[in-house]
Design a binder for this molecule. Structure first.
Ligand SMILES: *[C@@H]1O[C@H](CO)[C@@H](O)[C@H](O)[C@H]1NC(C)=O
Length: 206
């Protein structure tokens, strides 16, 4: 290997080394567990529901304003249906969902919107100053907008938080990470970063 080769390839070598190091570290991360104590399996359907009471119902698609895209939010009161989600980890060889690893979260639903039902980080909402979570895919995977992660809640048990901090999808991006919580708006509950935090549990769809 000549010096010249090292020079011209040093950047991609560092990148390769870095992604291998991240992958090696991340393999040790514990699997996320469902309410029965079983690991969350890639491709299976799960309902995401609050681990505490009086903060709204299961996480589902919410029609915020009669337009597309649909938002990620929670059931509020009876009557609204909750959709399960499936997970698609950034590490394509994973068969379980692990804590602190980037993963897509995708509603298992068919909607009238022509958009994907993948969770996507939305704009900073001017009213609340919080970043809302919407659905869709802008076709820029490497920006990390579609990658969320499940983190352990301080409450313990099989209780978790949902974060946006896509360091695997975008190792050199600088972003302000955030944790999701419910935002009440006109009788609806939307999920948003940068405020209260919603502890959640995962219920496997039977
Ligand atoms: C969103 O907007 C609010 C108010 O304008 C601001 O305080 C906040 O820092 C913004 N959040 C992000 C993540 O840029």
């Amino acid at each position: 290997m000549s010096i010249k080769f090292i020079r011209s390839h040093s950047h991609s070598l560092i990148l390769l080394w870095l992604s291998m190091a991240i992958a090696a570290l991340a393999q040790d991360n514990a699997p996320v567990l469902d309410t029965k104590g079983d690991p969350l399996l890639v491709g299976e359907e799960y309902y995401i529901e609050p681990a505490i009471t009086d903060v709204g119902g299961r996480v589902t698609l919410v029609d915020r304003d009669g337009n597309c895209p649909l938002y990620v939010g929670q059931q509020n009161g009876a009557g609204s249906e909750a959709y399960p989600v499936i997970f698609r980890p950034f590490a394509e060889d994973e068969s379980v969902v692990r804590v602190n690893r980037d993963t897509k979260i995708i509603f298992s639903a068919i909607t009238l919107c022509i958009q994907s039902t993948e969770w996507l980080l939305g704009q900073n909402d001017t009213e609340s100053g919080r970043r809302l979570i919407i659905t869709g895919n802008r076709g820029d995977e490497r920006q990390g907008g579609n990658y969320f992660r499940v983190t352990e809640s301080q409450i313990g048990g099989n209780i978790y938080n949902l974060e946006w901090c896509p360091v695997e999808a975008c190792p050199f991006c600088r972003f302000i990470c955030g944790t999701a919580g419910g935002l009440f708006e006109d009788g609806k509950i939307l999920l948003a970063l940068d405020g209260n935090v919603l502890p959640v549990m995962f219920v496997k769809k039977e």
